[in-house]
Design a protein around this ligand. Structure first.
Ligand SMILES: [Zn+2]
Length: 481
């Protein structure tokens, strides 16, 4: 790392306000756990409470090295290069080598290819093009191209995690395809983060697949990501997590205050693509705070707030900001868990604005307003999440909570993991009013377990653990008989 950490922030009010709640509730569930004769595994009895407190998963040595390799100078170079194409508007020129979205597309492709050359054939790069038909913000059929680098997993290549930024840009008039639209923060910053992650990861081995994407058409209506997510769904790719990095370029609010060690993570509660059956279950027994996207956000909190990232993750319990959307929505619409990283406090004079000076105030999304060290730290947060996801077993599938009889114990079932280095599973427990999982009960390498605590009173989940101690995100069980 090229920056010295600002230790004072650890005692800032904002950090306290969003970390002490979880810590304070860690001891809430203290009901003694008795052995259940019918359980698949003898959990033993404890007078100390159930299981052990849930703790963050610290970075392993490799992850710390990878995070340290994220280079703020390269982030700066990428943002400057993208701004240098004048405009990257989706409707801008595609065949000029120096200006417009086509030049940006080719530059990003070359960057990914240069990283893939070091991957021993495990990273492949593609231009994923399609024709967007006439739509509200697309007046004529237009070729849209996503540039995608895929680092294929060694043991579970069909299990994938996606990280993206959007490389298209805009000014005040969303249909203006010719004026300079630097889009430094929105969203060259997110593309630069994805590029830097791909560079650092290119020569690494992972169990699952990582996909690094620069998508287009975002400002016109999320078209690039919609095509990408639909393509992955049609191909049967098991996307277990997606993060868009959109507006991750600045840590300075419009009043000048700085919050350089916090990133927001927007994660929805009720799933965008929830079915009627799922809605009626949720209405009956809860779960509005337990979507796969919320579990993904909790996973990020557990692996990405540490010395390797030098960052706090402020999870926001909504899909996106008021009046705004992003590429995570395209993945949510395909029922993939997804969430959005965004800087802590946006300056709207620097987004979606014609570059101009008005009453002495500079408007426009210019690189001079960016904090490249901040974007590098956001990339480290993403990298910590992606690395930890790709080295851990996948989220348990088929998780159910048995509801055959009225009983005050709780039996969970799930499908056996296919991870080669699987060690076992943990049952997670929390009060229904707690935002975070607080207690974990180790249950061994089984596909069913009973805990002597009433499912009526707490929320329960299950996660997989491998021989290195890497934990999967939590699966929230559905009622089953
Ligand atoms: Zn954006």
């Amino acid at each position: 790392m090229t920056e010295s950490p600002d230790r004072a922030r650890q005692f800032s009010p904002s950090r306290r306000s969003f970390l002490t709640a979880a810590a304070a509730s860690a001891a809430v569930v203290a009901t003694p756990l008795a052995a259940s004769g019918a359980s698949a595994v003898n959990l033993g009895s404890s007078s100390q409470g159930i299981g052990v407190p849930v703790r963050p998963q610290p970075p392993d040595k490799r992850l710390s090295q990878l995070c340290a390799a994220i280079d703020p100078r390269r982030v700066e170079q990428s943002i400057q290069a993208l701004v240098g194409f004048g405009t990257r508007h989706t409707l801008s020129v595609q065949d000029d080598p120096n200006r417009g979205i086509g030049a940006a597309r080719d530059w990003i492709f070359e960057q990914f290819q240069s990283y893939a050359a070091r991957s021993g054939g495990r990273m492949t790069v593609e231009k994923q093009s399609f024709v967007q038909p006439v739509s509200p913000r697309v007046p004529a059929p237009t070729v849209i191209t996503n540039v995608i680098a895929t680092l294929h997993g060694d043991s579970e290549p069909n299990r994938a995690y996606v990280v993206s930024g959007h490389y298209d840009s805009r000014v005040t008039d969303v249909m203006n395809a010719t004026s300079d639209a630097p889009g430094a923060d929105d969203d060259a910053s997110g593309v630069a983060a994805a590029l830097e992650m791909a560079r650092v990861m290119a020569d690494q081995h992972t169990e699952a697949t990582l996909v690094f994407a620069a998508v287009a058409g975002e400002e016109q209506g999320l078209y690039g990501s919609a095509h990408m997510a639909a393509t992955m769904a049609e191909a049967g790719v098991d996307v277990q997590g997606m993060f868009t990095n959109d507006i991750v370029g600045s840590s300075t609010a419009d009043d000048g205050t700085r919050d350089p060690h916090t990133v927001r993570l927007f994660a929805e509660g009720v799933p965008t693509a929830e079915t009627e059956d799922e809605a009626s279950i949720r209405q009956a027994v809860g779960g509005e705070n337990d979507s796969p996207s919320r579990q993904l956000a909790r996973f990020v909190e557990s692996v990405a707030q540490n010395d390797a990232t030098d960052m706090q993750v402020r999870t926001i319990y909504r899909r996106d900001r008021y009046l705004r959307g992003g590429d995570q929505i395209s993945f949510l619409q395909q029922r993939f868990p997804a969430a959005r990283f965004t800087e802590p406090a946006e300056n709207f004079a620097h987004q979606h604005q014609d570059v101009r000076v008005e009453n002495g105030v500079q408007f426009g999304d210019l690189p001079e307003f960016c904090d490249f060290g901040y974007t590098a730290r956001v990339a480290r947060v993403n990298l910590a999440a992606l690395w930890s996801l790709a080295q851990a077993p996948g989220t348990p599938k088929g998780a159910g909570i048995v509801t055959t009889n009225l009983t005050n114990s709780s039996t969970l079932r799930w499908t056996a993991s296919t991870a080669a280095d699987l060690s076992g599973y943990e049952i997670l427990i929390r009060e229904t009013t707690s935002p975070e999982w607080t207690d974990a009960v180790r249950v061994g390498n089984v596909t069913s377990a009973t805990v002597d605590i009433s499912k009526d009173n707490v929320f329960l989940g299950v996660r997989a653990v491998d021989s290195d101690g890497h934990r999967s995100p939590v699966a929230f069980p559905v009622p089953m008989s």
